[in-house]
Design a binder for this molecule. Sequence first.
Ligand code: NAD
Ligand code: UDX
Length: 446
Amino acid sequence: MKLAMIGAGYVGLTTGACLADLGHRVVIFDIAKDRVARLRRAELPIFEPGLDGLIGRMLAAGRLAFTDCIHEAVQEADAAFIAVGTPSRPDGGIDLSQVDAAARLVAPALKPGALVVIKSTVVVGTADRVRKIVSEQRGRFDVFVASNPEFLREGSAISDFMKPDRIVLGFDHQAAGQILDEIYAPLIGAVPVCRTTTADAELTKHTANAFLAMKIGFANNVADLCEAVGGDVNAVMEAVGLDSRIGRAFLSAGPGFGGSCFPKDTRAFVHTGRSKSAPQHLIETVVTANAERSARLAQRIISQAGLTSGDTVAILGVAFKANTDDVRESPSLEIARRLLEAGMQLQVHDPKAAANALHVLGQGVAWPADPMDAMAGAHAAVLATEWDVYRQLDLRLAAGAMKGRHFFDFRNLLDANRVNDAGLIYHSIGRTTSRPEFAAICQAAE
Ligand code: NAD
Ligand code: UDX
């Protein structure tokens, strides 16, 4: 089939390239002309493992193209996916202006009988809104609108798209469902497919993200309790998660959830609930606790390490999680910002996300290319993103080069004994360091 993808960001690029890999001919359009120009030179504007290779193969196969001309993208398309940004508004609701603009752009260029597929994460009712925009622009109702939310995670986006836990297809006309079935035909049969209304599909996406964020928020609360009473959150969550009714995934305690989805999607869920008189009290608490967590952790660094204004802190990792260059709503950056406010000097390292974080933290922050240089001379070090490279740190060398001794592992990435043996004082999230060796082993069944 011939497909258009509107938006060349993390989702548009990955889903566009993957749909081409499934056998379709895909043209990706973006209003940012410089982005399109770079993509045409096969320069990726984002870091996503494996995506450069996939895009290169699809370009070479002639199944993928980039354009800044909307007609070129859409005029022959059987379906046009909208994968533009849906950022938060100050009141927590979703700013749909990019979706509206994309709908207005594609409407006049679509052929009759084509399908507009909303891939962006949107509030319930958006498909109706897009249907209205498109029909008004065309002066007739001769194209369809569907909702097909995306569940990929940055860092594992390609395999998440190709082997999803399920595909959700939301449509209000059979014809729209048939086009969606044809698009996803190579995956149907291999993965569960949920066919439902556009409203249910929109609700599914926000509900899934709200639930996952709630799991993380709960693990973070339990971590605080473990710190207070001498437990180990990893051991507790491992044992709790082995209950198949609960599941182990998304129970890792850390500095709080960040990224371009969970924070904004939970706020949107709360906003929709309030505005429809169906308050989402659980998620309201999750949102508030997560927002407060960075401030608490920044304060914890200052008090436990005994820092005073002018001291230097090494920050290891600014991406909101490992294997991405995305720093949107990164808890690490929020902690760093609060340390700067408290008068600290920062030496910051990230293997992929430094360029995206420079403008967020501004002047006066050192950005060494080597994590060991970030730790040299620091009064305290904070491991804030779980990059593999930080597992390999030469901690003895780091301890010798640091001015202070305190090492905060906010991802529970390192072995406490290894850090302490190197001469540093280990602080983690929800883990007591002095424990008998037999503790925290859940043995697999024979
Ligand atoms: P992004 O910011 O990386 O990319 C958005 C792109 O859309 C940008 O390149 C921008 O230039 C382009 N754009 C904006 N307005 C446009 C217009 N009118 N016409 C054409 N292009 C336009 O965003 P993203 O992270 O890819 O997210 C896109 C959507 O997918 C959001 O709704 C997000 O919530 C959702 N989502 C994101 C992820 C993720 O992991 N990033 C996962 C699932 C769903
Ligand atoms: C998320 C959703 O998982 C995905 O389905 C949706 O499509 C987009 O939003 P993403 O933001 O890429 O994906 O990352 P994810 O792996 O979900 O992590 C989100 C945040 O939660 C990160 O800050 C991560 O560090 C944190 N997290 C995740 C935890 O703190 N603990 C966990 O156990 C899992």
